[in-house]
Design a protein around this ligand. Structure first.
Ligand code: FE
Ligand code: CA
Length: 519
């Protein structure tokens, strides 16, 4: 097809593209004459994600440098190659993905017909440019007797507040996947703790969110962790704006305005991650990200969206909404308030109740155990985590009790703190049985709570077996038929590029016995 015909064709499909920029691949494109790139367009690296027994999602994004900008709106064909060996001798699949400016030239390929529990290597090509080579690995067959699952649990990587050295270590670990539970980017800044700087202003538009992702994705340590392992991803608040809840932000912005911002943020998220679009793909304002995967007979893993569908925080400050400590807040007891939204909550409770796998790992973006403290006028609760949604928390744990589920372990992030905790129907009531176990990982870089408030929280909550907010890092989760082990790998704040990580503490949950034990 000639260039002129191609442009006409693109114009004809422009309406479809505008309606549904991610779904509708341009059906025609320029003859793929070899393009000469002045700067390698794969500067944001490569990634894989959503591992299944027979499939994986591969990702990259073609980035135009200043010198290559003349071509910036064009549709492009990008070649994807998948190999069975690290030497790239045995190519098992080759595909072409068409992308264009409507999706930021992001490239997603859902590779199917792969073998279970198998290593693959992949790369992208466009014109004379090649990407780096990524490694990925498929999940085991659903009925496989799996002896081990190794996960790096991570969250909260404020670019300004530290170097991503945790990712440099994650890249070198033997893992099945990285489980990243949100705050992948931060929209906001705190000059007091900045050891490096965000580019540009606080993002509100698609172009600004793209720019923010570009800056994070250029980080070589983050790129290494993506190139080394598949990732399983969930977002939290900072991918959009601090403490948002559904269509509400802290400034009480008009919900319609807020949803426009959220749609831009969600689209940019999709454009930069190895994720599949859910059934709401044609509407970026409502993007389903929650998911479930199985690891042979060993484990089911759920990843829950705790932002998109939740009720607004209880007893918000009328001037500055969002998260805060609340006391004497009757709204907390309102049973209609939801953390997951009714649809996701029902989906979770059905699938959790029916799970026959040995371990049930419920991954979600924040903390389920209580961090409440005594105040002169009553108990005081952080209203942005599950403490602010106690009825929803009770329903979740009641599901565990009603279905007589053993071996439920919840995994979280968001609070910039390493937590090992007992989960009871009635938090901190030692008469109430322990029904599940919780591990929450500290942040990759983001600053945590000070020593004094941390100590008060620790002393006020008998269910918190471990609670340390002073160090940064990630958590190594090793699942075997006998136990789920958590090693908190940490360094001091702020994480410097030369720092190393050590094990702050290790806990295990033993088969058939709820509650973490220190080792
Ligand atoms: Fe965070
Ligand atoms: Ca957060």
């Amino acid at each position: 097809m000639q260039r002129r015909e191609f442009n006409q064709h693109l114009q004809r499909s422009a309406i479809a593209l505008a309606l549904s920029p991610w779904l509708t691949a341009p059906s025609a494109f320029a003859a793929d004459k070899s393009r000469t790139w002045r700067t390698n367009p794969f500067a944001l690296g490569v990634a894989s994600g959503r591992p299944r027994a027979d499939s994986v999602v591969l990702w990259t994004r073609v980035l135009f440098s200043e010198e290559d900008r003349a071509a910036a709106d064009e549709a492009l064909r990008v070649q994807v190659e998948v190999f069975a060996d690290v030497g790239l001798k045995r190519r098992v699949q080759i595909a072409e993905v068409v992308t264009d400016g409507a999706r930021g030239h992001s490239v997603h390929l859902h590779v199917r017909n792969l073998q279970p529990s198998t290593d693959y290597w992949y790369r992208f090509k466009q014109g004379d440019a090649s990407s780096t080579v990524g490694h990925t690995r498929t999940a085991p067959a659903l009925n496989a007797d799996v002896r081990q699952l190794r996960i790096a649990l991570s969250s909260c990587q404020h670019y300004e507040q530290g170097q991503f050295i945790a990712h440099a270590e994650i890249a070198k670990q033997p893992l099945d996947f990285v489980l990243f539970m949100g705050d992948y980017i931060y929209e906001s800044t705190n000059p007091q703790y900045a050891i490096r700087k965000h580019n540009g202003e606080e993002p509100k538009t698609l172009a600004q969110y793209r720019e923010r992702y570009e800056q994070y994705k250029r980080d070589p340590m983050l790129q290494a962790a993506h190139a080394a392992h598949p990732w399983v991803l969930m977002w939290d608040d900072h991918e959009v704006v601090n403490d948002y809840a559904n269509d509400q932000d802290r400034q009480y912005t008009d919900p319609q305005q807020m949803l426009k911002r959220r749609a831009a943020a969600y689209q940019a998220y999709f454009e930069h991650q190895p994720v599949l679009l859910g059934p709401d793909a044609d509407n970026p304002a409502n993007m389903r990200l929650y998911d479930q995967l199985s690891w042979g007979k060993l484990a089911d893993v759920w990843t829950l969206d705790c932002r998109q569908y939740r009720s607004a925080q209880a007893c918000r400050d009328p001037v500055r909404g969002g998260g805060r400590m609340v006391v004497q807040c009757d709204e907390l007891n309102d049973a209609s308030r939801t953390m997951l939204g009714n649809t996701q909550e029902r989906w979770l409770s059905d699938s959790l109740s029916q799970s026959k796998r040995h371990w049930k790992l419920v991954a979600q973006a924040t903390q389920i155990s209580s961090t409440s403290v005594s105040a002169p006028v009553g108990r005081s609760y952080w209203n942005d985590a599950w403490d602010g949604y106690p009825q929803a928390r009770k329903r979740l744990l009641q599901t565990v009790v009603d279905a007589k589920l053993q071996n439920v372990v919840t995994l979280g992030g968001d609070v910039h703190c390493n937590v090992a905790a007992n989960l009871r129907l009635e938090p901190n009531n030692l008469q109430s049985p322990i029904v599940a176990s919780e591990f929450v990982t500290t942040s990759i870089t983001s600053r945590g709570l000070g020593d004094k408030p941390s100590a008060v929280i620790r002393e006020s909550n008998a269910d918190l077996l471990h609670y340390r907010a002073d160090e940064r890092g990630y958590s190594l989760i090793t699942v075997t038929p006998q136990e789920v082990r958590c090693d908190f790998r940490t360094t001091k704040f702020p994480a410097g590029s030369e720092a190393g990580l050590k094990t702050q503490a290790s806990y295990v949950v033993k088969n058939g016995k709820a509650g973490p034990q220190a080792i």
